[in-house]
Design a protein around this ligand. Structure first.
Ligand code: ARG
Length: 393
């Protein structure tokens, strides 16, 4: 018996993959896997129901805690952000792929399948994981170059009723960290998105007139507390998505350079990500030296690019993580932020490792005199003055 394990979302593309794997690829046993990385419960539920109706075997894996601990926390430490995108989809894919491989090992499959097209980044992220295994890799959407209209017709022929949201002109990908809306008319960069594409955030202009102050506590670069109380990662992110969303925090409308080189208009919502990344970066500015901050910006950028590409097995990715991990030893403390009509602004921060301390500054100032800076000032800009004089001759 030839078994294939399919990374399944419950959406149209992956649903259509099930009969295609039977009819076009000749598999006689299709195992669907839904990996829970914090998508809405209703989405998981309907995906399971649909999977059970069309596949031969179904598995749902709850990977939310692992997603937070092993993927989101490292991203926060790295101030992970690619061209302004907080990478919700990007960092979840390698984890989903890993879980699919684990299921394949358990059920004794010979192949792994995903429902990504040949245009986007997700095929690369899945396959960076899939191709490191012994399994055959199948991508029906990419291989058969199907159109959405054909898929809808085929699905209905196969007794898979399509939902309203699938007939919507855009495609949504959602997990605990962010929600992505793309495709259809949104592809046109000059098209202004209708308000209805957003579900997590209030329009900033209609957000409450009263600002709200929150405080996030970090330990070694990891957020561990909210407003003075300890909190686990999943609950923290869930709460910040609600609070931030209410204040219209965390909307992105951007042009993104996909790995293949295509430019794509993308819309995202990510209130918790915005708040946590702002707070974390602010705390780093209090405890890390100027030299560390300058160098870490380069490291963070490179980290983000590798994470965006899904290249988590790249040795450089591990090397960068080792550097980042070392810097985070001192990133402990708390940051207060004000949420107000779309903005999340740090307004106060403290840390036992702060490089600013009043008593030390005053101790130093008895040993330092302002006139000591005179010699420094004389050399400051020295080369520029030399060069100017030479030009004047
Ligand atoms: N452009 C983003 C990325 O490459 C998000 C893609 C999400 N997919 C979707 N169908 N909305 O990570």
């Amino acid at each position: 018996m030839e078994k294939v394990v399919l990374a399944y979302s419950g959406g149209l593309d992956t649903s259509v993959c099930v009969p295609l794997l039977r009819e076009r690829y000749g598999f006689d046993h299709i195992v669907t896997v839904v990996v829970d990385v914090g998508q809405p419960e209703s989405e998981i539920g309907s995906a399971e129901t649909r999977a059970r109706a069309i596949s031969d075997e179904h598995v749902t894996i709850d990977a939310t805690d692992e997603f937070v601990t092993d993927y989101i926390f490292p991203l926060i430490k790295a101030n992970g952000c690619y061209e302004g995108y907080v990478m919700g989809t990007a960092i979840a894919r390698p984890l989903i792929a890993k879980k699919v491989v684990e299921v394949a090992d358990e059920v004794g499959a010979t192949a792994l399948a995903h429902g990504c097209t040949g245009k986007g980044n997700d095929q690369l992220r899945f396959e960076a994981v899939f191709r490191a295994t012994k399994y055959r890799v199948i991508a029906p959407m990419r291989e058969l170059e199907l159109t959405r209209d054909w898929e809808i017709k085929y699905a209905e022929e196969k007794g898979i009723p399509t939902t309203v949201s699938e007939r919507r002109p855009w495609s949504v990908d959602e997990n605990l960290w962010s929600r992505s809306i793309e495709g259809g008319r949104l592809e046109d960069p000059s098209f202004t998105p209708p308000e209805e594409i957003y579900e997590w955030t209030t329009p900033p202009l209609r957000a409450p007139d009263e600002p709200e102050t929150i405080e996030v506590m970090f330990e070694r670069g990891v957020p561990v507390g909210l407003n003075g109380e300890e909190i686990d990662g999943v609950t923290l992110i869930t709460e910040l998505n609600a609070t931030g969303g209410k204040h219209g925090v965390g909307r992105t409308d951007m042009m993104e350079d996909r790995v293949l080189g295509l430019k794509a208009r993308e819309n995202y919502e990510h209130p918790a990500a915005t708040i946590l990344l702002r707070a974390h970066a602010d705390l780093e500015r209090l405890v890390l030296t100027r030299a560390e901050l300058q160098f870490k910006r380069i490291v963070d950028d490179r980290w983000s690019e590798l994470a965006y590409m899904g290249l988590m097995d790249e040795p450089l990715y591990r090397d960068l993580n080792a550097f980042i991990e070392k810097t985070q030893e001192r990133v402990t403390g708390s940051v207060k932020l004000q949420l107000y009509k779309g903005s999340a602004t740090p307004i106060a921060r403290e840390s036992p490792n702060a490089l600013y301390r009043e008593e030390l500054v005053s101790f130093e100032s008895s040993a330092l005199h302002q006139r000591d800076a005179e010699g420094f000032s004389k050399y400051h800009g020295f080369q520029a003055r030399m060069q100017k004089k030479i030009m004047e001759r």
